[in-house]
Write a protein that binds this ligand. Structure first.
Ligand code: TXA
Ligand code: MG
Length: 356
């Protein structure tokens, strides 16, 4: 049985947090909001509790977890060595959407790190998450609270859609603010490497530690192959997703013609696009919508990549909910959070990229 507890995102009720913290201390699973996405948490120092995370998500044991801390002072509980650059970055951006990889201490179970000698650490900013960590009194291992390979959850309803009955407690603190996961920076290599673009931009990171490099070229399909456990299809809706990249005009023309062809062949097509591109498609849409085989779903706007990030995963889930078989996704640029958005869509596309 899953208990859903409503909690105030700004002033979390202490009694609610204590109920969830007790569940963590008792080796149970608690889904909770962070500023990025919802996490599926368990006591990181309890291998039996950690095993439940992998079981609930059907996540392969080769995919390591992020350990969440209440504050930066707990770093040395988990990391055997903290290089000055890592400390500086943590002081600059924690609490926030940043994860730092450091050499691990022996007390972190091997199951948390998938046998790696390093551990991923993050201090989330969301007040519910921080209060939970404080009261639990232990570091909390938490991947995103979705079934393995599904889009990450940005609401408690998304968590329940994937994990109802598989998690003991869900703290419902409303929709998350950032909408894509934290940025991961690996300090076990020299120079430090950004392994996953996320809620904190590379420019923000480099403003504090200029040496940090992106793992691969921005916007390339290789973006998908940068951290362990990220080689497989990820963030994926049930429908088959194709990603379009190129100038807005050419994407609109190509998506319109591909949609016509696919709908004529009997596919149910969902178009995922920033608002401007949906406007540009409007003249075609009347005819396409009349086929009853085409749904459109905006995700933010090209001029506001942060809003695209916030809306992305919910948009993918909405298209699944209307039952489309194919999603044609138009990319936004790589400015700001655009890079993280492109990374998630690239993984969801699993190689189906159309450059136009
Ligand atoms: O925003 C977030 O980071 C969210 C919230 C809940 O905090 N969490 C999250 O966790 O996105 P998850 O499990 O979905 O992604 C964690 C990824 C793993 O897939 C892996 O690629 C990377 O972090 N990771 C974890 N430990 C690592 C390590 N020791 N070395 C390299 N990569 C690691
Ligand atoms: Mg995940």
């Amino acid at each position: 049985m899953t208990r859903v507890l409503s909690v105030d995102a700004v002033q979390p009720e202490p009694a609610v947090i204590e109920e969830a913290a007790a569940a963590i201390r008792n080796g149970q699973l608690v889904a909770f909001p962070t500023e990025t996405v919802y996490g599926l948490g368990a006591n990181a120092l309890d291998p039996a509790a950690v095993a439940k995370i992998f079981e609930a998500k059907e996540r392969p044991a080769t995919d390591p977890l992020i350990v969440h801390l209440a504050h930066i002072g707990q770093l040395s509980m988990c990391a055997s060595h903290v290089p000055p650059g890592a400390r500086k970055l943590g002081l600059a951006f924690w609490a926030g959407p940043l994860t730092i990889i450091l050499p691990k201490k022996p007390q972190i179970p091997d199951s948390v790190t998938a046998g790696l000698p390093s551990v991923a650490l993050r201090v989330p900013a969301h007040r519910v998450a921080r209060a939970l960590m404080e009261l639990a009194g232990v570091p909390v291992a938490a991947p995103s609270a979705n079934r393995f390979s599904r889009p990450s959850p940005t609401t408690a309803a998304h968590v329940l859609a994937d994990l109802d009955g598989r998690v003991d407690v869900v703290l419902d603190g409303g929709a998350t603010d950032i909408g894509v996961e934290s940025t991961i920076v690996d300090f076990t290599v020299e120079p430090p490497v950004m392994r996953r673009p996320g809620g904190l931009t590379l420019e923000q990171i480099q403003s504090v530690i200029p040496e940090v490099v992106a793992a691969v070229q921005q916007g390339s399909v290789d973006v998908a192959q940068v951290a362990p456990g990220q080689l497989t299809r990820h963030y994926a809706p049930r429908a088959e997703l194709t990603l379009y990249q190129g100038s807005a005009d050419r994407m609109v023309a190509r998506v319109a013609s591909d949609t016509r062809t696919m709908a004529a062949q009997g596919a149910r097509v969902g178009i995922l696009a920033p608002e401007e591109d949906l406007m540009a498609l409007a003249p075609e849409m009347a005819a396409l919508a009349a086929t009853g085989r085409v749904a459109v779903q905006p995700y933010g706007s090209r001029g506001d990549p942060a809003r695209s990030a916030r809306e992305l995963f919910a948009a993918l889930r909405s298209l699944d909910a209307v039952g489309v078989t194919h999603i044609l996704a138009m990319s936004i640029g790589t400015d700001g959070l655009g890079l993280a958005v492109l990374d998630r869509l690239t993984r969801a596309a699993d190689g189906r990229i159309r450059r136009v």
